[in-house]
Design a protein around this ligand. Structure first.
Ligand SMILES: [Zn+2]
Length: 380
């Protein structure tokens, strides 16, 4: 297993999935997946390079799934799409899978341009509203200081983090203004778009209430960041909810998604469309189980969260990557605490110390019943 840290998503994983296309559509153009379903991609800075967006054709217009970052260049590519790729029809609805800036960046622009509604789940819409317009620099708060101190980080790191957050504007990762209202998406709901029914399938862990769209007739799932073929989505604990257990939500969501038929074509927000959804979900479940085993092994001698970064990540991390890596490490620790495999004590040094509860971790098989780890944990 190779591991590599990337921009907003953390781990790279070798797979043998089937990819019907080997490249992305050129910006400003669209590519037909099947009649009525089109794929476009918008540029992103950093190693992700692209976000995939999708268009669904209805009787009198198009639905847009995810929108790209709020950069001027993305806005310009959209104008080209409006002019040349929609057969003279308007956009009649915008669906954002979740609140991250690469997904909602142009939601206000498109809904304003066509006076059409935005569709999101409630948690995602209000999270986007809370962060929109840049939000406050919460890395300067006492909550954030407590969080990072308990993880073993230095005061100097917290200054770096506050500075990094302030510079997000320069990277176009700032949250744009959101439309003033929305239409709510809920799990199990069906949208009729053209001749097809699209079911809303909610997942959690990467973001609070992430919407996927699944069409049984076409055997297509638009998966957003909930299922990605090569990189794995960031699943982190943040100072805003320091005792959250997002990895539990993530694993539960993956177990539920395993009921999706294996011959489903997955249209993800990053990397390329692929077949092999169940294989990929099993790999992702195994990946996190392996990392938890590595943590259990490392915590035979008590550790603070910071000490676990070299256990989980191979390369040197800059302050932003460090924040995400730490959030991921803590997410794994919290699920292990929930499973009563790891215990946490607050030391006199102000740090949380994590220690392995059972010394039989080598014989212990993961609670996940779908796959046992087949490879050694990534310990470096
Ligand atoms: Zn995301």
């Amino acid at each position: 297993m190779r591991t590599k840290l990337s921009y907003t998503h953390l781990m790279q994983y070798t797979t043998s999935l089937e990819y019907p296309w080997d490249n992305h559509p050129e910006p400003g153009s669209t590519r037909e997946i099947v009649p009525g379903v089109r794929w476009l991609s918008m540029p992103m800075p950093g190693s992700l390079a692209h976000i995939n967006l999708y268009l669904l054709e209805d009787e009198h217009g198009w639905w847009v799934i995810d929108t790209g970052l709020s950069m001027d260049s993305v806005n310009q590519w959209w104008q080209k799409i409006f002019d040349h790729e929609l057969n003279g029809q308007p956009v009649i609805g915008v669906i954002c899978t979740h609140f991250h800036p690469d997904h909602i960046g142009q939601a206000a622009m498109i809904t304003q341009h066509f006076k059409c509604p935005l569709y999101m789940t409630r948690s995602e819409y209000y999270q986007a509203r809370a962060f929109s317009g840049g939000g406050s620099n919460h890395h300067a708060s006492w909550l954030s200081k407590d969080f990072y101190t308990r993880a073993g980080m230095s005061p100097q790191y917290m200054d770096e983090l506050a500075e990094m957050w302030a510079s997000r504007n320069a990277d176009n990762m700032v949250m744009p203004e959101m439309p003033a209202g929305y239409e709510r998406l809920e799990d199990g709901q069906t949208l009729e778009i053209g001749a097809y029914q699209w079911q809303i399938v909610i997942g959690s862990g990467h973001s609070p209430e992430h919407a996927c769209l699944y069409c049984p007739a076409l055997k297509i799932m638009i998966s957003g960041d909930q299922i990605l073929p090569i990189i794995t989505s960031n699943v982190s604990v943040h100072p805003s909810e320091p005792n959250a257990n997002p990895l539990k939500d993530w694993m539960d969501s993956h177990n539920e998604l395993l009921t999706t038929p294996e011959d489903t074509l997955v249209l993800p927000a990053h990397n390329l469309p692929f077949y092999g959804i169940r294989q990929r979900l099993r790999e992702l479940i195994s990946h996190h189980e392996e990392r938890m085993l590595a943590i259990e092994q490392a915590c035979i001698e008590p550790k603070v969260a910071k000490d676990l970064l070299p256990v989980l990540f191979q390369r040197k991390l800059d302050s932003r990557q460090m924040m995400m890596a730490l959030g991921e490490a803590i997410a794994h620790l919290h699920l292990l605490m929930d499973r009563q495999r790891i215990q946490r004590t607050l030391g006199e040094d102000g740090c949380y110390h994590f220690s392995t509860v059972h010394s039989d971790f080598n014989q212990h098989s993961p609670t996940d019943t779908h796959s046992a780890p087949t490879q050694q944990p990534a310990i470096n």
